[in-house]
Every structure is written in structure tokens, then in C-alpha cells.
Design a protein around this ligand. Structure first.
Ligand code: FES
Ligand code: FES
Length: 393
């Protein structure tokens, strides 16, 4: 262990489930003991004394704990240390004398980009990633990519100005932009193991159209929307699962086998993307123009799971050449993203998804271009939920 330091006072008796985790932190090889639920932030702060990594929300929202893991910004509060075995971690302490970080520190001071300074370590970690990676200093892009770091003091103007200045200086200083490391290949779609869908409960009483209700941890939503296309044409599109997946923001169908399918849905949380891998069953009744999709899945870290059932029916619309689509969705989210089960947020989610889905269906049926989707954005949903709250009041 000469070149490495074993940093832990825990004994096997005190922490029976702790396992050794090997990390390269700021260029130093470290070996620490971590239980399966120990956060990377806890290891950095409490075991390695790297206290520039701040903890505030501990829910992945504020970005104060941002560090680089294998060349990508990551929330140290949501990252299990055990997941990082063999990884390279960079924290603010490791950028002492770094050409970009020195410029950023000076630019932050010049532009009054900090006041209390609590957000600053995470902000600088993200800022350095942007200053190293962005080809040009595009303010909209900087603001977008910085949206996962919250600052309660400054109003962001100085922070954006500082990053902009450093990107502009960088080229003159001969520091070449760095491409981010490639993402790991997505795991191949899981084979079709025996699939037992979780039975969604029937609501105790009929749910009125447009309402959202929670029963036994399941959220049940009913919505309808009108499409300017005849019911037969709409049904022909809906009974094809590949078409439905194309119209659904963030969804991608992996493989199908008869009425079974595997695929994923991407959800964006600021700069973080969660990818739910799942499988399910698809059933369609042509005579009634009714369909059901039942599915369940997990995100890649296995920290959240979702199970649900979507029933839909296509009927002739009130005006000739139109159709009305009625949908009932029942679902349950467990784990880290379970906080998004709240009815006001779910209503925003469903309305946002349906608006995008309906627009994509219309475009598809008219032969026009579909919107490019970058997945379901939780920020967009939160904004929709807040707007809905104000409307209701
Ligand atoms: S403490 Fe990690 S995102 Fe807030
Ligand atoms: S400087 Fe105080 S939170 Fe950002």
C-alpha cells in the first residue's frame, strides 16, 4: 500500500458491509472503505479531507457538490462511492496551478461572481468543464449548461460573464478546447426474461377526465386530446408501437418480440440525464380501437424504478375528419425519483408529455417534420407545475 493511502478508521466489526474502493483523486491513488450506500461526497470530505466539495440539498438539485468523475461533471451527493471503484475524481483542490482554473478564479473575482461563496466550488467545477469543452462563448449555451448549479446570491450575471471571458481568453492563450470523454456504450437490451407486470390497481371510483389522483402509492391520470385526423388513420398509427414510441418525447424502442418490447426513456434533470431501461407488453383491440401498454423499468444505477399501465382509445371526433383520443395512465415511481410522484408535478408532466405527443402525432400523420426531442426535462415539468399552480389559484 506504500504508494497508496488506506484512509479509514472503520474496522470490519464496526462496518461489516464496507468494501475497499480504489480511486485516483486529484492525481493521488487512494483506497477507502465504503458501504454500498456511502456517498462519494462523504468519502471526499470526511475520509480524504477534501472539504471544498460542499453539500447543500443532497438531492442532486443545487450542484454545490459537483466534481469531475472520469472527465465528466457529477453530483458527489448522489454518487455512491462503491460505483466509482477504479474511477478518476477531480475536485477543486486538484486544480491548484491549473491554467484554466487560475483564469476562472481571477475572472470570478473581477466579475463579482460570488458573494457568500457556498456555491462557488461546484460552480467553478462546472465552469472549468465549460471553459475546457465549449468551442465558443455562447451565452445561451453557457446559461443552459449552468442550469444545474444554483446560486442564491449573485443572479448569475457575473458568473456567466466570467466563463465567457475565460473561453474568449483561452484561445488567445493557446489552450485548446477538450472534447468530453465518450459515454460508455449502452448495455444491449435485456433478453426477454419471463415478464410479470406489476398489477396497477383499479381506482376506487371513476376518475373525472382531466384529473390526477393518488391511490396506494399509484398515480392515476385521465386526459383526452383531439387530433385533426380521422379516427381510422390515428388508430392505424397508434396500433404500431414503433410509431407511438417515435412520438413520445425521450422514448426509444429497443427490440420487440410479438406483443413484448424492451426500450428506454430518457429524463433530463438539469445537465443530468437519467435513462430508464424497461420492458413491457402491448395489446391492441382493432374492433374497439383500444390499446394497452404495460411496462416497468429501472434507471441505470438501479436507484429508481417505475411501473405503469397506459390505456388509450381512439374515437371519432365531434367534427368530421377529427378524432378524440382518451388516455388513462396509472404509474408508480419508487426510489430516488419518487419525489416526482407529487400530483401537481405529475399533472404538469402529463400535460407536457401529451402536448408533445399530440404535436408529434399530428406532424407524423400530416407527413411534416417531428420536433427533435432531448428527453423529458424535469425543469420544464417543474415550470409547468408552478404555472399550473398559479392558474389554479
Ligand atoms: S448537494 Fe449535491 S446537488 Fe446539492
Ligand atoms: S455566492 Fe452565495 S450561493 Fe452563490
Amino acid at each position: 500500500m506504500n504508494a497508496q493511502s488506506l484512509v479509514s478508521a472503520e474496522t470490519a466489526a464496526e462496518a461489516p458491509r464496507a468494501i475497499p474502493v480504489r480511486l485516483t483523486v486529484n492525481g493521488r491513488a487512494e483506497e477507502v472503505l465504503a458501504t454500498p450506500r456511502t456517498q462519494l461526497a462523504e468519502i471526499l470530505r470526511d475520509k480524504l479531507d477534501l472539504t471544498a466539495t460542499h453539500l447543500a440539498c443532497e438531492q442532486g438539485v443545487c450542484g454545490a457538490c459537483t466534481v469531475m468523475v472520469d472527465g465528466r461533471p457529477q453530483r458527489a451527493c448522489l454518487t455512491f462511492a462503491a460505483e466509482c471503484d477504479g474511477a478518476t475524481v477531480e475536485t477543486l483542490e486538484g486544480w491548484e496551478g491549473d491554467a484554466l482554473m487560475d483564469r476562472l478564479r481571477a475572472a470570478f473575482a473581477r466579475n463579482h461572481a460570488l458573494q457568500c461563496g457556498f456555491c462557488t466550488p461546484g460552480m467553478l467545477a462546472t465552469a472549468r468543464d465549460l471553459a475546457a469543452r465549449l468551442e465558443t462563448a455562447d451565452e445561451t449555451r453557457i446559461r443552459h449548461e449552468l442550469s444545474g448549479n444554483l446560486c442564491r446570491c449573485t443572479g448569475y450575471v457575473g458568473i456567466v460573464a466570467a466563463i465567457t471571458e475565460v473561453i474568449a481568453e483561452r484561445d488567445a492563450a493557446g489552450i485548446a478546447p477538450v472534447a468530453p470523454p465518450p459515454l460508455p456504450e449502452p448495455a444491449p437490451p435485456a433478453g426477454f426474461a419471463p415478464f410479470e407486470p406489476v398489477a396497477a390497481p383499479q381506482p376506487e371510483a371513476a376518475i373525472p377526465q382531466g384529473e390526477t389522483r393518488t391511490e396506494d402509492g399509484w398515480t392515476i391520470v385521465r386526459r383526452s386530446f383531439v387530433l385533426d385526423h380521422p379516427a381510422d388513420a390515428v388508430w392505424a398509427a397508434f396500433r404500431d408501437l414503433a410509431t407511438v414510441a417515435r412520438c413520445l418525447p425521450g422514448a426509444e424502442l429497443g427490440s420487440t418480440d410479438g406483443d413484448r418490447f424492451a426500450g428506454h426513456v430518457a429524463v433530463r434533470f438539469g445537465p443530468i440525464t437519467a435513462r430508464f431501461e424497461g420492458e413491457g407488453l402491448f395489446a391492441a383491440d382493432d374492433a374497439e380501437r383500444r390499446g394497452t401498454v404495460t411496462g416497468q423499468g429501472k434507471d441505470r444505477g438501479g436507484q429508481s424504478s417505475v411501473a405503469g399501465e397506459l390505456g388509450f382509445a381512439v374515437a371519432e371526433g365531434a367534427s368530421p375528419g377529427t378524432s378524440e383520443v382518451a388516455a388513462e395512465l396509472r404509474f408508480r415511481i419508487e426510489g430516488r425519483l419518487g419525489q416526482f410522484n407529487r400530483p401537481e408535478l405529475v399533472s404538469g408532466l402529463v400535460d407536457h408529455l401529451l402536448a408533445e405527443f399530440a404535436a408529434n402525432c399530428s406532424a407524423l400523420l400530416s407527413g411534416g417534420p417531428m420536433r427533435e426531442s432531448r428527453g423529458i426535462s424535469v425543469w420544464a415539468l417543474a415550470r409547468a407545475a408552478i404555472a399550473g399552480l398559479f392558474r389554479r389559484r
